[in-house]
Design a protein around this ligand. Sequence first.
Ligand code: CMX
Length: 434
Amino acid sequence: ITDLKAAMAAKIPKEQERLRELRKECGPKALGACTVEQAIGGMRGIPAMLWETSLLDPEEGIRFRGHTIPELEEKLPSAKEGGEPIPEGLLWLLMTGEMPTVDQAKAVTELLRERSKVPDYVFDVLRNLHPNTHPMTQLCQAVLALQVDSKFAADYRAGIHKSKYWEPVFEDSINLIAKLPTIAAAIYRNTYKGGKLIEADPNLDWAANLSHMMGYDDEGCLEMMRLYQTIHADHEGGNVSAHATHLVGSALSDPYLSFTAGMTGLAGPLHGLANQEVLRWLNEVRSEVGDGVTKEQMKEFVWATLKSGKVVPGFGHAVLRKTDPRYTCQAGFAKRNMPDYPLYKLVALLYDVVPDILTQTGKVKNPWPNVDAHSGVLLQYYGITEENFYTVLFGVSRSLGVLSQGVWSRALGLPIERPKSLTMQAIEDRVRAQ
Ligand code: CMX
C-alpha cells in the first residue's frame, strides 16, 4: 500500500480502540504531581499531554515514532544511494508509525508534488507586505492567506460528523505541507533576490525543490536540505511551536490557523529564532576578533554576552540534559562535507568553551548545544547567508511533525485543551491550607 491516506485509515480504528482502553483502564491513575514551582515555572516536566509522533528523552534526545536520529539516517529512504534521508519518508513514518519502503516514500513525494501549486493570491499577499517584514511574519501571513481553501473549515460549516474530522484535516495538512517549499522560496526570493521566482523542478523531491526554488542547486546543498528538513520536524508536544499548534487545533481551528499559531511561536528568539541569533552572534565574534579567534578570546566573548544579560544562543534546553543529537547529526554532516570551513571550526570551538562557562554560572540546567547551534553553519557554507530567513526553513520542516499530530488529535477525538490556572492568591490559599 503506497497511499498515505489509506494507510492512515487502516491504522486509525486500532489506535482509537487503544486510547479507549487506556482511558478505561488507567483513567484515574496519576502520571505525576504538579508543584507550585512547576505552575510558576512554565509547566516544566508536567506530563500532561498526549503526543504520538515523537518522544523526547532528556539524556538520549528525540525519537520519532521510536526511532533515534542516527537510526533515521540509516533506515529512511534517501534520494541518492547511501545519501541523506528524505523528509517524505519521515512524513510517512510520523503519520502511520511505520518505517516506509522506498515506494511509499516516493508516493509521498508524488502526492506532495501534485498539490504543490500555490495560488496567485498568496503571492499577491507576499508582494504587498512592508519590505521590512520579517520572513517568519511573511510565512504566517502566507499560510493565513491559504486558509480560505481549508477543507476542514468548509466541511465543518457543512456539518461533518466528528468521526470524520481527521479526513479533511489530513487533506488540509497535505495541501499545506505540499505548498510550503514554494511559499518559503518565494519569501526568500522576494526578500533577498529582487522577487525573481524560480519554478519547481518536477524531477526533484520536496526538500531538494525547496533548495532549487531558493536558487541553490549544488548537489551538496540538496542533500543538506533533505537532512535539515528531516531532523527539524518534531520534538514532542510541549515545545512552543508544537504546543501552540496543538492548543489552537484543539479548538477545531483548521490546520492553516493552528500551524500559523505554531509558527508565531517558532519565531521567538528562545525557540526557533535562535538559529538566526546564533549566526548574528557568531558574526559579532568574527567582526570583533576575526576568523582566527583563540579559545581565550572566545571565553571572554561568552562571558561578555552573559554579563550583558543576554543568553548564549544555541545552548541550553528545557528538557534535554545532553548534547542535542540533532546538533551531533549536523556536526557529522559538516565534518563529512566541509571539514576545513572556518565557521565550522568556530562552532566546534564553541563546543569546547561554552558548556564549561554555562556550568560555572551555576543556574543553567543544560549547558550543551541544541539544534540551532549548528544549522546556520551548514546554510552559510552553501551560500544561504541571510540568517533572518533561517527560521522559515525550520518552520517548513516543523509542519511535518505538528500537522501529523494534528491529524491524529482529530482521529483520536482529543478534546479542547483547557488547563486550570490559578491566581497567586489561590495558590497561597491552597498551599497554606495543606
Ligand atoms: N545562555 C545564558 N543563560 C541561559 C542559557 C543560555 N544558553 N540557557 C539557560 N540560561 C539561563 C536561563 O535564562 C535561566 O536564567 P534565569 O534564572 O536568570 O531566568 C537559567 O539559566 C535556568 O534556565 P534553564 O532551566 O536551564 O533553561 P530554560 O528551560 O528556562 O530555558 C532555553 C531553555 C532553551 C530557553 C534556554 O536554554 C535558552 O534561552 N537558550 C538560548 C536560546 C536557544 O538556544 N533556544 C533554542 C532552543 C531550541 C529550540 O527550541 O529551537
